[in-house]
Every structure is written in structure tokens, then in C-alpha cells.
Ligand binder design. Structure first.
Ligand code: ATP
Ligand code: ATP
Ligand code: MG
Ligand code: MG
Lengths: 256, 256
């Protein structure tokens, strides 16, 4: 069965989308069958995978409202060897539209259960919020990968995220656990990064991935070509770090 | 009367909070009376101003629900010479609680009108979303300042923001206009930054502030001390750029 991983952090701009797109490409390179679910109305994971979000007739929005299935809506990434359940601005309306619906936080989980045997990994790109969309991601997932920039506001926001996870575990999804915290855009020369990194290690211990993603401009250039960094410039430091992450993650999950 | 400015961009991590806190300190240094409204459940502008968000008995949440006034809830920043209408995680519940209320998008506007003569500037720190909280900010404001990192996803997201502004102008707030786009965390050596910056200039012309905020680690260090960059390390490049922004902004707005 598919391992479903929510990539979440309500702090904005910490590398959630970049992690989802590049980890998907890395896992695909290791021969795994991967689906990305874009759960952000910004549609960045969709565009970053070379899919024109404005041209979509159906998206994850229609899947959440029960109007279409995952199989009908998913598309292959332009390159990278993985599938995408795409999103666009329509998704912005889902929050208010789902409020009075039955099983509003389990919509994504139920939809994904129908394709569970078709994928080895499902990576969910969550929006920068602790709203009903992120909740759908946390209910559908077995575990959470938390990208984090080693700066103050991101560190300070972890307690809200951990509190939300505790509530989700108690109320709707007993199996959800933190798979790991991933240091992104890491600048080894900066004292701030080092200090925050040490605080992460003391709070979360071995939950912090050994793989560290460096700041690398090639990762920021790749999305304008609709490509993962691993396809755009495979030998760059950023892309290589995401390949190492894919290896660390499969070693953690598949040998357990 | 107060000039009310919403600092908004649904793209996460583009420097909204850093801009609000440092622009407030810069305007205060120029002798203006300034109020920050923290409209983000992350409560970053609150913490960045030295106010302990977990200790708040009342916050902007209570103001939006009509349980308290701005005067009852606001507090002075630890340093910096401005006031803060603080936020914490309670605010996360406001979206769903306001859905069925009357004038749900005008709650902030109505509350601020009662203190309109006490401030020269009100700066609203919006969350990274186009939700009811951001809508409250856009309805309360006369103009919008859009911080932006010169990278692809941030550029690509501008069309959604501009579309939302057009709808707000047509339906609820005819006076709202884009005051300016502010380039933040700018790395002059990067081709990507230069290219995106040129695209901004061709789309938005003189709406792009001349002041550019460079990437400067002192700005990222300041919040852990609960201080604006202008107080933490006044002579650093980042702080000086925000002082220049305050001067450019007052020249634009006050001579018109
Ligand atoms: N390791 C890296 N090095 C350099 N740039 C990066 C790196 N990771 C991400 N970026 C860039 O930083 C910006 C923020 O990253 P990204 O959009 O992936 O974060 P996010 O958490 O998904 O943001 P949001 O909260 O808006 O969803 C993007 O412009 C991206 O291209
Ligand atoms: N000019 C700068 N130079 C260096 N670091 C910066 C600069 N501006 C902001 N930062 C840091 O970058 C991170 C993102 O900035 P900030 O939190 O202000 O963005 P935001 O748009 O408010 O994010 P969110 O979408 O989560 O509300 C923070 O850790 C901040 O300290
Ligand atoms: Mg994202
Ligand atoms: Mg912010």
C-alpha cells in the first residue's frame, strides 16, 4: 500500500513545494511509483511540474467535492516520472464549501484510498495555513514531513504545528506521526542557521533528517521551466541533496 | 485621518511581517503615529515586536468578533515607538466563526474607524492566504503594499492577488489600490532576481518601489530578540533600507 506523506508547515516560504516536487522526482528515479497531491490554491506544485493550472478543466477541487475521482483528474508531470493531482485557484473556495459537508476533513483520504495500490508514495503539498485543506492532508497521511528554514519565525511556529498534529491524532487520525524535519535553504556560514539547527536537534533528536538542503539558486530557477531541480540541473548541490533525501527516506521507511 | 495600508501577498515567506515591523519602526522614527494590526494566526508581527502572544488575554480575534475594541486590546511594541493590535492562534478559528456573521469582511474596517484620528499610519500584516482574514485587511485598507521575492512562484502568484484586488474593489472597497510592490531579500548577483525584477518593472512600472530591501541576516536575527531590525542593528543594510522605504513612502503619500 502507498505511504502517504503530508509535507506541511503553516510558516510560509520554507520549501514545502520545492521539497514535494524534488522528492517526487528523486523517488521516481529510485524506481518508486509516486503521486503528488497539490493541496494549495497557489498551484505551485502543479506549475513546478510543468502543468498549466489555468487550463485545467478538473482539479483536486473537484475530487474534494466528490465530483471527480483521482484517476480522472491526475496527470503525468511534464518530466520527472511521477503523477500530479493538480490544483488552481478554484481550490480557494473549497474551505467554505466543505464546512457543512459530511466527513469534510476525510475527503482526500477517501479519494486516495481508491488508488492506494497504484502508488508507492503519495506526497501532499499543503498550503501555508492550518486550515481545512491542510487538515485534509493530515487526515489522509500516515506521516508528516516538516520542511523548515532555520530562522526564528519558523522555529517559533513549530509548537502550533505540533499542537495541531496532537489534536488530529486524538480526534481523526491515530496513526499520524512526524516522520522528520528537513532543514531547507540552509546556510552553513550563518550563526542563526547553526543555532536554530541545534535547537531542532535538542527538541526533535533523530527526527531531524541527516540530509540538509543547501540554499541553491538552481532550485529556484527550475520552476520557471516547469521542471524539478533534479531534471533541470541534476548535478547542482540542491538537486543532489534531494536525491540523498529520497535515499534517506526510503531507507528509514522501507527497512522498518 | 489614518492611512491604512494592507501588507499582503498570498505567497508565503516573501517578507510581509518583516516589512510591517520594520516599516512601522521607520515611520515612528520619522515622527509618525503608527499602529500594526497582526492579522495572521502565526502571530509573527506580535512576537517580532516583543509581545508574548501566548500570554494575551485579548487579541485581534476578540476585536473581529465584536467582543473588544481596538483601544482595549492594543499594546505598545517593546521598542520601536509604535502600537500593536496583537494576534495568536485563537485567530485561526475566526474564519469559520465569521462565515455566517453580518458584515463579515468589514469587521476590521469598522473597528479601526473608531481610532482613525489617533494614528497617521495603520499597517496590516496579512496571512499567506486569500481568505476571510486577508479580505478583512483589504476591505479596511486604502492601499496595498505587496512585498515580493524576485523568484518564479512569487511572480506567478501576482495575477491571483491582482484578480482578488479587482473583485474587492468592485464589490466592497472602491478605494483600494496597489500602492507599491517592494522587492525583498534581493540578491543583486543573481540572474533570477534581475530577470524577475525586470518583469516586475515592465508590468507595474512606477508602482515598484525604488527602495530595494537586500537579503541581510540581521533582519532575520532581530525577531528572536523581539525587536525590529531598525532597533536591533540600525546601521545594518537591511535596517537602513527599511528607513529609506519609510522616507519613500511618506514622500509618495504625503505630498500627493
Ligand atoms: N534550497 C533552496 N535554495 C534556493 N531557493 C529555494 C530553495 N528551496 C526553495 N527555494 C525557493 O524559495 C521560495 C520558497 O520555496 P517554496 O515555494 O518551495 O516554499 P513553500 O513553503 O512551498 O511556500 P508557500 O508557503 O508559499 O507554499 C521559492 O521561490 C523557491 O523556488
Ligand atoms: N531582507 C531579509 N533578509 C534576510 N532575511 C529576511 C529578510 N526579510 C525577511 N527575512 C526572513 O525571511 C523569513 C520570511 O520573512 P517573513 O516571515 O517576514 O515573511 P512573511 O511573508 O511574513 O511570511 P508568512 O507568509 O509566513 O507570513 C523570516 O525568517 C525573516 O526573518
Ligand atoms: Mg508551497
Ligand atoms: Mg508573516
Amino acid at each position: 500500500n502507498a505511504r502517504v506523506i503530508a509535507v506541511a508547515n503553516q510558516k510560509g516560504g520554507v520549501g514545502k513545494t520545492t521539497t514535494v516536487v524534488n522528492l517526487a522526482a528523486g523517488l521516481a528515479e529510485l524506481g518508486r511509483r509516486v503521486l503528488i497531491v497539490d493541496l494549495d490554491p497557489q498551484g505551485n506544485a502543479t506549475m513546478g511540474s510543468g502543468i498549466a493550472k489555468q487550463a485545467l478543466e478538473q482539479s483536486v477541487y473537484h475530487v474534494l467535492l466528490g465530483d471527480a475521482s483521482v484517476e480522472e483528474v491526475r496527470q503525468p508531470a511534464k518530466q520527472g516520472g511521477y503523477h500530479v493531482l493538480p490544483a488552481n485557484r478554484d481550490l480557494g473556495g473549497a474551505e467554505l464549501e466543505l464546512v457543512n459537508e459530511l466527513a469534510r476533513e476525510a475527503r482526500l483520504k477517501n479519494a486516495l484510498s481508491l488508488v492506494d495500490d497504484q502508488y508507492d508514495y503519495v506526497l501532499i503539498d499543503c498550503p501555508p495555513s492550518l486550515n481545512l485543506l491542510t487538515l485534509n492532508g493530515l487526515v489522509a497521511a500516515n506521516s508528516v514531513l516538516i520542511p523548515m528554514v532555520c530562522e526564528y519565525y519558523a522555529l517559533e511556529g513549530l509548537s502550533d504545528l505540533v499542537t495541531t498534529l496532537r489534536k488530529v491524532r486524538a480526534a481523526v487520525n491515530p496513526r499520524i506521526e512526524i516522520m522528520g524535519l528537513l532543514r531547507t535553504m540552509f546556510d552553513a556560514r550563518s550563526n542563526l542557521s547553526q543555532q536554530v539547527s541545534e535547537q531542532l536537534a535538542s527538541h526533535f533528536g533523530s527526527k531531524v533528517f541527516e540530509t540538509v538542503i543547501p540554499r541553491n539558486v538552481r532550485l529556484a530557477e527550475a520552476p520557471s521551466h516547469g521542471l524539478p531541480g533534479l531534471v533541470y540541473d541534476r548535478n547542482a548541490r540542491g538537486a543532489q541533496a534531494y536525491l540523498a533525501l529520497a535515499q534517506e527516506l526510503t531507507a528509514r521507511l522501507e527497512s522498518a
